[in-house]
Ligand binder design. Structure first.
Ligand code: PLP
Length: 377
């Protein structure tokens, strides 16, 4: 088929609910066009209510900024080591380096594709034996699937190492009924354009401690001390969320549950239509896990088949993408140590993310599966 004739299908595009512009208009009408105001406060309180568990939220300019300030709150500093899930987006690991610390990467497990508790424990023991106790652990709920919370937190608490929970992809996911974004000593969310809800760009730092939230906001607003003039006793950042984008976030919170339902519907559709093939596998939810199914991913039987599906979809103007390339394979982190079991290398070779937007039409889904079925036939 000719690309000019076929409608573009994106991997995960923004999906407005309808009331976002009302909140943005209010900001204009009341001249709260600044990185503070009623939408910022309202969005934070919406997030806190949604997550439950008595958490405090600081709305920031991105998920990356939230990880940066989160690690700073965990007192990560020059010369420290931070253990980080290898299979993730680079933004999970980059902020470690902003603080002059060094990432040490940990491979994934097969059940969740997230940080492997066994490799984690091996790494913790080995780093301690080498004379350097890791300062923090970054665990990620990739594609919305919660990491193995019990086993990972058991290791963390046994060795008294705090967890930064990267929940950028997992707003709406939960484990044993408790929402992702509330498990870490510090947790973060992302509202980038491709996420389950978006503010166009934005993020949030979450903590059960009010002093964490307050300190994050202090740093995010240039560390301005309490004085009539501009007085600074600490280095600051310009990381606060704008009242305009927070308005988009308030509208998006109203449709979050619907977005989760649609993304889970996408997963079920793909699974029902494709699971009979022995060439494809889907990641199931272990008992007690609930994934927002941010992206539906398939494991193909070979690299060649994965590429064939990806390129055939691209020919039809449909975006798909290999799974995250593990950080231990990235040139930028070539000098970092890693504790590996082969899982993330294998998933990267054979895994593919399928179009998963909450705004996909049924006819889009039919179009995608028919292309894949043709290849499998
Ligand atoms: C796992 C993960 N961590 C962190 C981030 C960073 O979030 P942001 O793009 O809001 O900076 C993202 C998404 O972009 C992500 O997918």
């Amino acid at each position: 088929m000719n690309i000019i004739e076929s409608k573009k299908i994106w991997l995960s595009s923004p999906h407005m609910g309808g009331t976002e512009q009302k909140f943005v208009k209010e900001a204009f009408d009341t001249n709260w066009v600044a990185p503070l105001g009623p939408n910022v406060n309202g969005f934070e309180s919406d997030i806190e209510k949604y997550l439950g568990e008595s958490v405090y939220a600081a709305a920031l300019s991105s998920g990356t900024a939230s990880i940066h300030l989160g690690l700073k709150l965990l007192e990560v500093t020059t010369g420290d080591e931070v253990l980080c899930q290898s299979m993730t987006f680079s933004a999970s690991a980059n902020p470690i380096t902003y603080l002059g610390a060094k990432p040490v990467f940990i491979d994934s497990d097969r059940d969740t594709w997230n940080i492997c508790p066994n490799q984690l424990e091996i790494a913790v023991k080995d780093r301690i034996a080498k004379g350097k106790k890791p300062k923090a652990i970054i665990a990620v709920h990739l594609y919305g699937m919660p990491y193995n919370i019990e086993a990972v937190h058991k290791v963390a608490s046994e060795y008294r190492i705090p967890i930064l929970e990267d929940s950028a992809e997992a707003l709406g996911s939960s484990y044993q009924g408790i929402r992702c974004g509330t498990f870490g000593d510090i947790s973060i969310l992302s509202f980038n354009g491709n996420k389950i809800i978006t503010t166009s760009g934005g993020g949030s730092l979450i903590s059960k401690k009010k002093e964490h939230r307050d300190k994050a906001i202090f740093w995010a607003t240039q560390s301005r001390d309490n004085a009539p003039h501009y007085e600074h006793s600490e280095i600051g950042y310009n990381y606060r969320m704008s009242n305009i984008t927070a308005g988009i976030g308030r509208g998006q919170m109203e449709v979050l549950d619907a977005h989760v339902a649609n993304r889970r519907r996408n997963f079920e559709f793909y699974k029902n239509n494709l699971e009979s093939s022995s060439e494809l596998k889907f990641l199931e939810e272990p008992s007690g896990y609930y994934s927002n199914r941010w992206l539906t991913c398939i494991e193909t039987s070979s690299y060649e088949l994965r590429e064939k599906i990806r390129l055939s979809l691209a020919d039809e103007n449909i975006e798909s993408r290999p799974l995250w390339k593990p950080m231990h394979q990235q040139a930028v982190f070539a000098d970092c140590d890693a504790y590996l079991n082969g899982v993330s290398d294998d998933l990267f070779d054979r895994g593919l993310c399928l179009p998963s937007g909450s705004n996909l039409e049924e006819e889009d889904l039919y179009r995608i599966v028919s292309i894949i079925k043709n290849i499998l036939r």
